[in-house]
Design a protein. Structure first.
Length: 377
């Protein structure tokens, strides 16, 4: 059977693949791209009430007006993004679908997309699906995977139509400082290219501050979602904002011919997300995640070539030296620890492991550390 050529370069999500391998009795699962907290009750109640009140039909393709209105206000209040009203917002079935729609709307065969090396696995595969061409911008473990001079000059010497960035970062946990984001925006502005800025972990920060590129650059597509901050990965709800209504229109065109709209009662549930009580619950989650990070970081000291202490998300991305990370991930799995090798995130992830502490207890972290030590010995 012959399949479309656009699929010839597209691979299965490595994170989903390794996650399914780690779902076995006795394995400490450090592969998961989510937390083990539950969705705040207020949101669940609002969704149940919407279901019971007959909110079970198609919604406008862009999302219900109340939610878009609320998100526009949130982006102005919390992210200082100007010129955003409900018509500049698109709501969809997860941030991944939003990213897919943005890439599909902007990138055709051979169009260039610049992204950090390493990056979240789906960026590369979505660009491959659009038959775009990737320009890799190298990051270094010695520099905690924060963009440096080499990264900036690789960007300066390229001509992308789109730059894709993510902070706080998956897989590295790095939080990009405002100064660096301003330098990247400066280059984007001179080259007049689009910037997709993925802020899905924006609230999961332990040190430092989040800075939204959309606050200073109008050609930014600010991407966010409910999956991580509100523990809603299975609800499938994400959104983006862009001052350019034409881009939102084109993305909406793709949406109208694919998923049609995000699930109706999920959107109504999300209307409860920006309440004080929910923010308090989220802050308790972040305090617990920080405890887990600190426990891991302390236990890992001296284990790996580099010290890691990332400031955000719920990932660690230690560099183990000149080793085969794929073989090491297999070895660790057979010793009871599931995690994701660094290579699928880009060539600069070679020799690294991506560890998620989003869904494990402190006791499990201790056991995982013992097993990792024994495997490396
Ligand atoms: C950087 C990044 N962006 C986007 C997503 C997708 O999130 P969603 O569940 O909203 O599709 C993820 C999920 O792991 C992610 O890590």
């Amino acid at each position: 059977m012959e399949f479309a050529t656009r699929l010839s370069n597209v691979e299965e999500s490595a994170t989903f693949k390794y996650s399914s391998l780690a779902k076995k009795e006795g394995i400490i699962n450090l592969t998961i791209g989510r937390t083990n907290f539950t969705t705040p009750r207020l949101i669940t109640r609002a969704a149940v009430s919407a279901l019971e009140n007959g909110r079970v039909h198609y919604t406008p393709t862009r999302g219900i007006p109340e939610l878009r209105e609320m998100l526009a206000k949130k982006l102005k209040r919390e992210n200082n993004i100007p010129d955003i009203g409900p018509d500049n917002i698109l709501v969809s079935a997860g941030a991944k679908q939003i990213i897919f729609e943005a890439v599909m709307a902007l990138i055709g065969k051979g169009d260039k997309v610049a992204m950090p090396n390493p990056s979240w696995v789906s960026y590369e595969q979505i660009v491959n699906l659009a038959e775009g061409e990737i320009i890799w911008l190298p990051l270094k473990h010695e520099n905690d995977f924060i963009p440096d001079e080499e990264f900036l000059s690789a960007l300066e010497n390229s001509s992308p139509k789109l730059i894709m960035l993510n902070s706080p970062n998956n897989p590295t946990g790095a939080v990009y400082p405002e100064k660096i984001i301003r330098e990247i925006v400066d280059i984007a502005e001179r080259k007049d290219c689009w910037l997709l800025f993925d802020e899905i972990y924006e609230k999961i920060i332990y040190e430092g501050k989040h800075f939204s590129a959309g606050s200073i650059y109008p050609k930014t597509i600010t991407v966010n979602g409910f999956s991580k901050e509100f523990s809603m990965t299975g609800w499938r709800l994400g959104y983006c904002a862009c001052p350019n209504p034409d881009l939102i229109e084109k993305m909406n065109l793709i949406q109208s011919q694919t998923v049609s709209c995000a699930t109706s009662f999920v959107q109504y549930g999300a209307l409860a997300a920006f309440k004080e009580e929910v923010a308090e619950e989220r802050d308790r989650m972040i305090t617990e995640l920080k405890e887990r990070r600190d426990r891991f970081v302390k236990g890992m000291n001296g284990l790996f070539e580099t010290k890691v202490n990332p400031a955000g998300a719920f990932y660690l991305f230690p560099h183990l030296g000149d080793i085969d990370d794929l073989a090491m991930a297999d070895k660790l799995l057979s010793n009871g620890v599931g995690l994701i090798p660094g290579s699928p995130f880009g060539s600069q992830g070679k020799g690294c492991l991506r560890i998620s502490y989003g869904a494990v207890s402190l006791d499990e972290i201790d056991v995982a550390l013992e097993r990792i030590k024994a495997t490396l010995a």
